[in-house]
Design a protein around this ligand. Structure first.
Ligand SMILES: [Zn+2]
Length: 483
């Protein structure tokens, strides 16, 4: 169940930090965070001993504490030794299917994820509009929502709730239907035919709506970039394209897909994967990454889900204590993925994941714009929790902790075109903030040391966040997932 506003108010009273003063009695509540170090997500250096004044849902001022004025009726938080960062965005989630907002939204908030980009579920655009309204008004606890609505798929859909688009005429109808229906962007999928994908690209351009997602087999990542696809998810098709013989490997993959006997399929896939690892063409990679920079084609590598799939037979995944937050039927689905363990295949999957990390490292050194996303709730990607793992993986791919942090804050807001209101700790912006016990610029793992979350100006203490998490463990209905 979502937490009701009155419950929130009660939760806010049990603050772990020393609170002085009275809760605001005037119509616009004032929250002041004193003595805090502000890490604002721009390139400027951390600001020590600041006083951050929040009025209603906006940051009103950020001044050195020594210059700060006192305000009557303000709730004052003494945040000595704490660090304030912008609320985090998970830029690749699937949390808008039936039952999921109730389950997942509190987990996002409890983990400092105050914004999501949702790439497809079975909830209608009308229902999504209601959820946006409820979260922005505060009648439902949840993150800011940017959503695709139904996924655009080809004639043979992978997901039953996707919109099947089989030719350019249908592409025209689908793009105008989704655009008029309030979709923030379009999600394209690998099942689309080449001609339908090309039609969606030109219709989207005409309708001025971004399109993002996977890439059909019949389209290369370079073409997708030139056609204006705004983001590519999961490094879709990129490792294969960067091998020296992509067309031959695509043929072998198709043969594997159509093979009757599972062993033949496994052997063929193994060969494809071996060839991907053995024939990385770095000149081609340089040209592709230059193109991505030139065309502003963003990448959401979703390393955390790639790692889950690469290590799907690792028994440690099933022992993860965060499984307690996951409904039985979703967890059973997770446990059923990956098929039969196969040492040879499991080993090459891990090597492919290491290769993915190196691709992200190369992209980053070229300046390809990156976003932090998890693909939750795909196997062993936990709503809210896993975004922190994604940041750690981005650091392992060569980003500095502050660069990684920006992929989930300012860069996310820039991608969505909402940097005027979101993405950094700056005066005038919406007060979606996370207060940390330790400096994330020193060690990215410190983003997990959450002392409090401020959601549209509402202060949620550690105790309040713990209560949200506890609530989630109770009564867990089943759900499905997608990628
Ligand atoms: Zn996805």
């Amino acid at each position: 169940m979502p937490v009701k506003p009155f419950q929130l108010f009660l939760l806010c009273l049990s603050l772990p930090l020393a609170l002085r003063g009275q809760p605001a009695t005037q119509s616009i509540p004032i929250l002041i965070i004193n003595h805090v170090t502000v890490i604002d997500a721009t390139t400027s250096s951390p600001k020590l001993d600041m006083s951050v004044v929040i009025m209603g849902d906006r940051i009103r001022s950020i001044t050195p504490y020594s210059h700060a004025r006192r305000a009557a009726n303000a709730v004052v938080v003494d945040a000595r030794g704490k660090f304030l960062i912008a609320g985090l965005w998970d830029m690749h989630v699937h949390s808008l299917s039936q039952g999921q907002p109730d389950r997942f939204f509190p987990l996002f908030v409890a983990n400092g994820v105050t914004g999501i980009r949702d790439l497809g579920g079975d909830i209608s655009l009308e229902h999504i509009a209601r959820l946006k309204k409820e979260t922005s008004e505060g009648s439902r606890l949840g993150p800011e929502i940017y959503a695709a609505g139904p996924i655009l798929e080809g004639e043979h859909r992978f997901w039953p709730f996707s919109l099947s688009v089989k030719d350019p005429a249908e592409a025209h109808r689908a793009v105008s239907e989704l655009t008029n229906g309030g979709a923030d962007f379009l999600k394209v999928y690998n099942t689309l035919s080449r001609e339908t994908y090309l039609a969606i690209a030109s219709e989207a351009k005409a309708a001025r709506i971004p399109f993002v997602g996977h890439i059909p087999n019949s389209v290369t990542p370079a073409e997708a970039s030139d056609l204006g696809q705004k983001s590519i998810e999961h490094l879709w098709g990129i490792p294969l394209y960067l091998s020296s013989e992509p067309e031959q490997l695509k043929k072998m993959s198709a043969e594997a897909d159509n093979a009757d006997d599972p062993k033949t399929a496994r052997d063929l896939f193994y060969k494809v994967n071996q060839a991907i690892l053995a024939s990385y063409d770095s000149k081609k990679a340089d040209a592709l990454f230059e193109k991505f920079v030139h065309n502003s084609t963003w990448q959401t590598p979703t390393l955390v889900v790639l790692r889950s799939y690469a290590s799907i037979h690792n028994p440690r995944l099933r022992e993860d204590p965060r499984n307690a937050y996951i409904a039985d039927d979703l967890r059973k689905f997770w446990e059923s993925t990956g098929g039969v363990p196969d040492l040879r295949n499991d080993d090459i999957q891990l090597r492919l994941f290491a290769h993915d990390i190196e691709i992200v490292r190369a992209m980053h050194s070229f300046g390809v714009p990156l976003l932090a996303g998890t693909d939750t709730p795909n196997p062993y990607t936990y709503p809210g929790f896993s975004l922190h793992e994604e940041l750690q993986l981005l650091v392992s791919a060569g980003l500095s902790p502050r660069e990684a942090l920006r992929t989930a804050t300012l860069r996310a807001a820039e991608f969505l075109g909402i940097q005027r209101d979101f993405g950094s700790v700056e005066t005038g912006k919406v007060a979606n903030l996370v207060l940390l016990d330790a400096n994330p610029a020193d060690d990215i793992r410190n983003t997990e040391k959450i002392r409090a979350v401020i959601l549209r100006g509402k202060f949620l203490s550690r105790e309040a966040l713990e209560e949200l998490l506890e609530n989630e463990k109770r009564s867990l209905p089943g759900q499905k997932t997608r990628r």
